[in-house]
Design a protein around this ligand. Structure first.
Ligand SMILES: Nc1nc2c(ncn2[C@@H]2O[C@H](COP(=O)(O)OP(=O)(O)OP(=O)(O)O)[C@@H](O)[C@H]2O)c(=O)[nH]1
Ligand SMILES: [Mg+2]
Length: 249
């Protein structure tokens, strides 16, 4: 557990959060930085937040500097300009809104076009509390990792299995919503496009730190292998810093 007073770091990584409007991008960032869930307004342009997280078994301290972008189409040209130089990207959709998942491909195209080619991307299936209130946060799934069988608990709530079972009668009255994108579908998409995958609830705090941490872990692995340059602005290392000695505010 990190002390909030300890501001030293080993790396600084630049992140962007992108995806359709109202998928919960700002809520995820607020959950990370302030550990709370609050009312949010649609983002106008971009917002910024940062936090130091502990990454990997050796507990490297990574300062995540995160740009939270607007999902609204009218801001798209502005938000794209923040993709360049990002080491990590959280591409968010709302598991209860299929349309937001269908637009992931288009966001991905933007990332491929405007971000650096080595950016690490995690596909974030948010708002799982709305459809799966009792579901434990699922483990992050990464391509190359053991993959769940179609009949495993990870596929619970899949649209295919749902179509064979009666719809839950009380969902709308309880504020719950049917799930529109199954775990399997999201994870398979991520695997196909070489993305990490995580399910989150910004409201409950499920999986949020995982999303940032897994991405950081992949970035640091790329740095270690020499696939990503240790350079500004995507990755900054303490040992590359000036006499400030890796302290930040
Ligand atoms: N139930 C639930 N609601 C959420 C969750 N995350 C966000 N919301 C709600 O979804 C709505 C949109 O959240 P925002 O975080 O503002 O969405 P955004 O993606 O930043 O939207 P833009 O800034 O317009 O692109 C708000 O009413 C949030 O309270 C979640 O995990 N669960
Ligand atoms: Mg926002």
């Amino acid at each position: 557990m990190l002390s909030r007073m300890d501001t030293s770091w080993d790396y600084i990584l630049k992140y962007v959060i992108l995806g359709d409007s109202a998928t919960g991008k700002s809520s995820l960032l607020i959950r990370l930085t302030d550990e709370r869930f609050d009312l949010t307004e649609p983002t106008l342009g971009v917002e910024f937040g940062s936090r130091i997280i502990s990454v990997g078994e050796d507990g490297k301290r990574v300062k995540v500097q995160c740009w939270d972008t607007a999902g609204t189409e009218s801001f798209r040209s502005i938000t794209r300009s923040y993709f360049r130089g990002a080491a990590g990207a959280l591409l968010v959709y709302d598991v209860t809104r299929r349309e937001s998942f269908e637009h992931v491909t288009s966001w991905l195209e933007d990332l491929r076009k405007y971000a650096d080619e080595n950016v690490s991307i995690i596909l974030v299936a948010n708002k799982i509390d709305l459809c799966c209130p009792n579901q434990q946060p699922l483990p992050s799934i990464q391509y190359g990792h053991p993959f769940p069988a179609p009949d495993s608990p990870l596929s619970a709530g899949s649209s295919r299995s749902r179509s064979h079972s009666p719809s839950p009668p009380s969902k709308s009255s309880t504020g719950l919503k049917p799930r529109a994108v199954s775990t399997m579908e999201g994870a398979l998409f991520a695997k196909e496009y070489g993305l990490l995958y995580v399910e989150t609830s910004a409201k409950e705090g499920w999986g949020v730190t995982d999303a940032f941490e897994w991405t950081a872990r992949e970035v640091l692995e790329k740095v270690r292998k020499g696939e990503m340059e240790r350079r500004k602005p995507a990755v900054r290392l303490k040992d590359a810093e000036t006499s400030q000695g890796g302290k930040c505010c």
